[in-house]
Design a protein around this ligand. Sequence first.
Ligand SMILES: [Zn+2]
Length: 268
Amino acid sequence: MPDSYEPYEVYAVRYAERDAMHNDHILNSDPHNGPSPMDYFVWAIVGNGRTIVVDIGFEEKEATARGRTLLRRPAEGLKAIGIDSREVEDVVVTHLHYDHAGTVSDFPKAKFYLQEREMQFATGKHMSHKVFNVAYALDYVFDMIRNVYDNRVVFVDGTKEIAPGVTLHHVGGHTDGLQVVRVPTKRGWIVLASDASHYYMNMQTENPFPLVYSVGDMVQGYATMADLADSPRHIVPGHDPLVMQEYPAPTPESEGIVVRLDVPPKDL
Ligand SMILES: [Zn+2]
């Protein structure tokens, strides 16, 4: 247990979904293909007088353009646990893909923690190629560049503590600048993987998600997260619908919208 820190409450807020197939989510296809939907989340870390939001999702325009089902704006989902996005001061952006970086205007008071390498990647030579730029939304990248000019981006180079015990860790792989978040909770050290592992099975079977910049770094990221978390059950994947089933809703009203990650998950 991370005894030397006050534990935080950690929440996953589901804001969108899409239908997909199992083989859409893995580099090495599986003969047992079948339907496998994808959930979209933002996360919140609350404690020590701080509220830290991790990722900010997308909005209707991008949902329509990409055929995703937007269930609620991420800021609406955060309201279900009493978080007013307009008052949030700390936002971690794990990477700049459209489904993680798209509602900047809902967070007018926030600073955004971003790996230096992610901004370089999202504005550098690799973006000339569709295989890498397909998951970026140019308007959202522009929004983050505006934040740089407004001195609202905190650039991180590797590892950084942003609140007592809460640390960011560069892993790369999925994008060159992807970072994960480690949090001390009453059940131990948990890691918000974001897209370092979209589904549990990506890291469990070492079969990476096919949208990937560096397969080597992505597989190494699974090991990094295993070192940071107390157990594999302390790593929270970024898009897996199982998360909504194995963790409890914090209140009856938030059922189906929010789950609490700082309590032990059910074994399904
Ligand atoms: Zn994603």
